[in-house]
Design a protein around this ligand. Structure first.
Ligand code: NI
Length: 189
């Protein structure tokens, strides 16, 4: 179990179309646990793998957000088969702290996904669950909720986004330095 670093707006991993998950093995199951730990630590209702820098089609969600974590769920290679209705609801994102905005999305979806045992399911999702899943599935396609906002709202959040971009750049620089150090250590061995 570990809490992972959440990537912020400006990190290119958030704009990449993520790769499908292949075999569901222990590594995938451990990663799912880490995603759940990270989601609760950050007090979020959903978290997609690219948000911790791993560009694969996998996400965790808990639209009910129960403290004992009993309602946390893992969705692998999720796909929306049907969507209908329209519903405006306020969204936020762990990768874009400080910004919340109303987004219109379908109210109901039919979802196909694979679970941690490698079994594929089709399930209807409504209301908040449908909302969270659509937001997270956008993440694995490199899409963010602010992409839906109009020009006025976008201009209002510009400064916050610039600050996040700056923070992301610093983080990535640090990460690269650490990688470099590790490689040096290995070369010395
Ligand atoms: Ni998000």
């Amino acid at each position: 179990m570990s809490v992972l670093d959440i990537r912020f707006y400006g990190d290119p991993v958030l704009r990449r179309k993520a790769d499908p998950v292949g075999e569901i093995n222990d590594e995938v199951r451990e990663f799912a646990e880490d995603l759940i730990d990270t989601m609760y630590e950050a007090e979020g209702v959903g978290l997609a793998a690219p948000q911790v820098g791993v560009s694969v089609r996998m996400l965790v969600a808990d639209a009910e957000y129960k403290e004992d974590r009993s309602s946390a769920r893992v969705f692998i290679n999720p796909e929306i088969l049907e969507a209908d209705g329209e519903w405006k609801y306020e969204e936020g994102c762990l990768s874009i702290p400080g910004i919340r905005a109303d987004v219109k999305r379908p109210e109901r979806i039919l979802l196909r996904y694979t679970d941690l045992n490698g079994e594929t399911h089709e399930e209807e999702m409504n209301q908040v669950w449908a909302r969270v899943l659509q937001h997270e599935i956008d993440h694995i396609d490199g899409k963010l909720f602010i992409d839906y906002l109009g020009a006025i709202k976008r201009s209002l959040i510009k400064k916050t986004l610039q600050d996040l971009e700056y923070e992301s750049a610093l983080y990535l620089e640090k990460l690269e330095e650490e990688d470099g150090d590790e490689e040096d250590d290995e070369a010395r061995r």
